[in-house]
Design a binder for this molecule. Structure first.
Ligand SMILES: C[S@@+](CC[C@H](N)C(=O)[O-])C[C@H]1O[C@@H](n2cnc3c(N)ncnc32)[C@H](O)[C@@H]1O
Length: 266
């Protein structure tokens, strides 16, 4: 059983790791802002969820509108592998973040022939696994970032769902977006598709969405998970003047809204 890491231990870990200070200062500044102004002022989660409810359309329609193709099912060997691996990890008793909309993600990658992909937020690695499976035959590349967990025992679970035979085409930076993405953009300056599933705060999204959008090639696809948490996705879509697509599904944690934007082709 992985125990909670205490605040003091976490603080000491950050003191010993100066390359993570940027993220640490960002998080502290944000906490103070929430304390003074109130987080709801930034998030407006009730408004965000209402907007998502109004905008949602079926995944099949999103897939058709964005790729001009009909959806395909996830390969049965992948579905079976996920089921088995989830059983294993349940007994490990470690809690990391929930998975994204794997079916939607798989379809958008395969049908748009996306080959170079960037994602933020890995946790056990269900999304990484699906992305790597989708690009396996085209010898694509995935670059992922996930904030390091100061506790070594938990840290080793990041990306654990990805089997060795898929790791060859994967670069995982166990760093917060603030520094991990810099490395990812140095490695490959442009991508066909991005999946945002890391820092769910309004501020975190507003800081990272523009960087990911900029890195997308013409015709590239932008996917963001949990957009019902706050107004960041809606505002970002308005800022760049793009039509937002909103997917809805129900998970064990409740309603899940995923947002999709497509960059103009040349
Ligand atoms: C919802 S989980 C990701 C789930 C994963 N995409 C999947 O579908 O299986 C969110 C992850 O984002 C990471 N995270 C949170 N804030 C972050 C940040 N600022 N930079 C990088 N990763 C972050 C957390 O450590 C957590 O593992």
């Amino acid at each position: 059983m992985v125990k909670n890491f205490s605040f003091v231990k976490r603080l000491l870990w950050y003191l010993r790791n100066p390359n993570h200070w940027n993220h640490f200062f960002f998080a502290i500044k944000r906490r103070f802002r929430w304390l003074i102004v109130g987080r709801e002022k930034f998030d407006k989660s009730i408004e965000a969820e209402k907007w998502c409810k109004e905008m949602k359309i079926a995944d099949d329609e999103i897939i058709r509108n964005t790729t001009n193709s009909d959806s395909v099912a996830l390969p049965s060997d992948l579905v079976n592998y996920i089921e088995e691996k989830k059983k294993d990890l349940n007994s490990a008793d470690v809690v990391l973040g929930d998975e994204g909309n794997l079916h939607l993600m798989y379809n958008l990658i395969v049908l748009s022939k996306a080959n170079r992909i960037i994602e933020t937020g890995v946790a056990f690695g269900w999304s990484s696994l699906v992305i790597l499976s989708a690009i396996k035959n085209s010898n694509g590349r995935l670059v992922s970032t996930d904030k390091p967990v100061p506790d070594k025992e938990t840290n080793r679970y990041i990306g654990i769902a990805v089997p060795n035979d898929l790791r060859e085409n994967w670069v995982l930076y166990k760093e917060a977006d603030i520094s991990g993405l810099e490395k990812a953009f140095k490695l490959h300056p442009s991508y066909d598709l991005c999946h945002y599933d890391s820092d769910k705060s309004y501020e975190g999204r507003m800081r990272t969405y523009p960087k990911l959008w900029k890195s997308l090639k013409p015709g590239g696809i932008f996917i963001s998970d949990d957009i019902g948490d706050n107004m960041a996705f809606k505002e970002f879509a308005e800022d760049i003047g793009k039509k937002p697509y909103v997917s809805h599904s129900i998970t064990s944690a409740g309603d899940r809204y995923v947002g999709i934007l497509v960059k103009d082709s040349i």
